[in-house]
Design a protein around this ligand. Structure first.
Ligand code: HEC
Length: 111
Protein backbone atom coordinates (compact mmCIF):
# COMPACT_ATOMS: atom_id res chain seq x y z
CA UNK A 1 0.00 0.00 0.00
CA UNK A 2 2.76 2.41 1.07
CA UNK A 3 4.89 1.30 -1.87
CA UNK A 4 2.06 2.02 -4.29
CA UNK A 5 1.71 5.51 -2.91
CA UNK A 6 5.45 6.10 -3.21
CA UNK A 7 5.35 4.90 -6.80
CA UNK A 8 2.39 7.14 -7.47
CA UNK A 9 4.26 10.16 -6.10
CA UNK A 10 7.35 9.28 -8.10
CA UNK A 11 5.48 8.98 -11.33
CA UNK A 12 3.86 12.32 -10.61
CA UNK A 13 7.24 13.97 -10.01
CA UNK A 14 8.73 12.54 -13.17
CA UNK A 15 5.69 13.64 -15.18
CA UNK A 16 6.04 17.13 -13.73
CA UNK A 17 9.74 17.38 -14.53
CA UNK A 18 9.04 16.01 -17.97
CA UNK A 19 6.62 18.87 -18.46
CA UNK A 20 9.31 21.31 -17.43
CA UNK A 21 11.80 20.17 -20.02
CA UNK A 22 9.05 20.34 -22.63
CA UNK A 23 8.39 23.98 -21.84
CA UNK A 24 12.11 24.78 -21.87
CA UNK A 25 12.37 23.19 -25.28
CA UNK A 26 9.56 25.27 -26.72
CA UNK A 27 11.18 28.43 -25.29
CA UNK A 28 14.32 27.56 -27.23
CA UNK A 29 12.29 27.25 -30.39
CA UNK A 30 11.32 30.94 -30.32
CA UNK A 31 13.13 32.28 -33.39
CA UNK A 32 16.34 34.15 -32.53
CA UNK A 33 16.62 37.79 -33.56
CA UNK A 34 18.70 38.31 -36.68
CA UNK A 35 21.84 40.48 -36.31
CA UNK A 36 20.02 43.42 -37.92
CA UNK A 37 17.13 43.10 -35.46
CA UNK A 38 19.54 42.85 -32.52
CA UNK A 39 21.27 45.97 -33.82
CA UNK A 40 17.96 47.80 -34.09
CA UNK A 41 16.89 47.00 -30.52
CA UNK A 42 20.33 47.85 -29.08
CA UNK A 43 20.16 51.12 -30.99
CA UNK A 44 16.69 51.93 -29.66
CA UNK A 45 17.78 51.32 -26.07
CA UNK A 46 21.22 52.96 -26.14
CA UNK A 47 21.34 55.52 -28.94
CA UNK A 48 17.85 56.69 -29.93
CA UNK A 49 17.54 59.05 -26.93
CA UNK A 50 20.10 61.34 -28.60
CA UNK A 51 20.07 60.26 -32.24
CA UNK A 52 16.35 59.39 -32.63
CA UNK A 53 14.85 56.19 -34.05
CA UNK A 54 15.57 57.43 -37.58
CA UNK A 55 19.04 58.79 -36.70
CA UNK A 56 18.03 62.42 -37.29
CA UNK A 57 16.93 63.66 -33.86
CA UNK A 58 20.14 65.51 -33.01
CA UNK A 59 19.45 65.85 -29.26
CA UNK A 60 22.42 67.19 -27.23
CA UNK A 61 24.15 68.08 -30.50
CA UNK A 62 24.14 64.47 -31.72
CA UNK A 63 25.17 64.06 -35.35
CA UNK A 64 22.55 63.14 -37.96
CA UNK A 65 23.42 59.49 -38.61
CA UNK A 66 21.66 59.46 -42.01
CA UNK A 67 24.26 62.02 -43.18
CA UNK A 68 27.24 60.31 -41.58
CA UNK A 69 29.99 59.15 -43.94
CA UNK A 70 32.18 57.44 -41.36
CA UNK A 71 33.75 54.03 -41.95
CA UNK A 72 33.09 51.11 -39.61
CA UNK A 73 36.50 51.66 -38.00
CA UNK A 74 35.79 55.35 -37.38
CA UNK A 75 32.37 54.56 -35.89
CA UNK A 76 33.91 51.87 -33.71
CA UNK A 77 36.46 54.37 -32.42
CA UNK A 78 33.71 56.86 -31.48
CA UNK A 79 31.71 54.10 -29.76
CA UNK A 80 34.79 53.09 -27.76
CA UNK A 81 36.15 56.53 -26.86
CA UNK A 82 33.12 58.78 -27.13
CA UNK A 83 33.31 62.17 -28.82
CA UNK A 84 32.52 65.55 -27.21
CA UNK A 85 28.93 65.26 -25.87
CA UNK A 86 28.70 61.61 -26.87
CA UNK A 87 29.80 59.31 -24.04
CA UNK A 88 31.77 56.10 -24.74
CA UNK A 89 29.24 53.36 -25.49
CA UNK A 90 31.44 50.26 -25.73
CA UNK A 91 30.96 49.15 -22.11
CA UNK A 92 27.20 49.59 -22.41
CA UNK A 93 27.14 47.55 -25.64
CA UNK A 94 29.19 44.91 -23.76
CA UNK A 95 30.93 43.12 -26.62
CA UNK A 96 32.25 43.58 -30.12
CA UNK A 97 29.45 41.50 -31.64
CA UNK A 98 26.89 43.98 -30.28
CA UNK A 99 29.03 46.87 -31.52
CA UNK A 100 29.13 45.32 -35.00
CA UNK A 101 25.35 44.83 -35.22
CA UNK A 102 24.71 48.41 -34.01
CA UNK A 103 27.11 49.71 -36.66
CA UNK A 104 25.28 47.63 -39.29
CA UNK A 105 22.01 49.13 -38.08
CA UNK A 106 23.11 52.80 -38.15
CA UNK A 107 24.58 52.33 -41.62
CA UNK A 108 21.18 51.02 -42.73
CA UNK A 109 19.73 54.41 -41.66
CA UNK A 110 21.86 56.19 -44.28
CA UNK A 111 20.25 57.38 -47.46
C1 HEC B 1 24.10 61.34 -24.84
C2 HEC B 1 23.73 61.44 -26.23
C3 HEC B 1 24.25 60.38 -27.19
C4 HEC B 1 24.07 59.01 -27.14
C5 HEC B 1 23.33 58.20 -26.07
C6 HEC B 1 24.69 58.48 -28.32
N1 HEC B 1 25.24 59.49 -29.07
FE1 HEC B 1 26.22 59.28 -30.82
N2 HEC B 1 26.65 61.26 -30.85
C7 HEC B 1 26.24 62.17 -29.89
C8 HEC B 1 26.84 63.46 -30.17
C9 HEC B 1 26.63 64.72 -29.35
C10 HEC B 1 27.61 63.31 -31.34
C11 HEC B 1 28.45 64.35 -32.06
C12 HEC B 1 29.88 64.28 -31.57
C13 HEC B 1 30.72 65.36 -32.21
O1 HEC B 1 31.18 65.13 -33.33
O2 HEC B 1 30.89 66.40 -31.60
C14 HEC B 1 27.46 61.92 -31.74
C15 HEC B 1 28.08 61.36 -32.85
C16 HEC B 1 27.91 60.05 -33.25
C17 HEC B 1 28.50 59.48 -34.43
C18 HEC B 1 29.42 60.22 -35.42
C19 HEC B 1 28.63 60.68 -36.61
C20 HEC B 1 29.50 61.49 -37.56
O3 HEC B 1 29.32 61.32 -38.79
O4 HEC B 1 30.33 62.28 -37.09
C21 HEC B 1 28.09 58.19 -34.50
C22 HEC B 1 28.42 57.17 -35.59
C23 HEC B 1 27.27 57.93 -33.35
N3 HEC B 1 27.17 59.10 -32.61
C24 HEC B 1 26.68 56.73 -33.05
C25 HEC B 1 26.04 56.44 -31.86
C26 HEC B 1 25.57 55.13 -31.49
C27 HEC B 1 25.66 53.90 -32.36
C28 HEC B 1 25.06 55.24 -30.25
C29 HEC B 1 24.48 54.14 -29.37
C30 HEC B 1 25.35 52.99 -29.13
C31 HEC B 1 25.17 56.63 -29.85
N4 HEC B 1 25.78 57.32 -30.85
C32 HEC B 1 24.71 57.13 -28.64
C33 HEC B 1 25.41 61.90 -28.82
C34 HEC B 1 25.00 60.66 -28.40
Amino acid sequence: MVLKRVLYIFSFISLASCGNTESKKSDGEIPQETPAERGASLYTVNCASCHGEDGKLGASGAKDLTQSQLSDAQIKRILKKGKNAMPPMADILENSENIDVVIAHIKSLRK
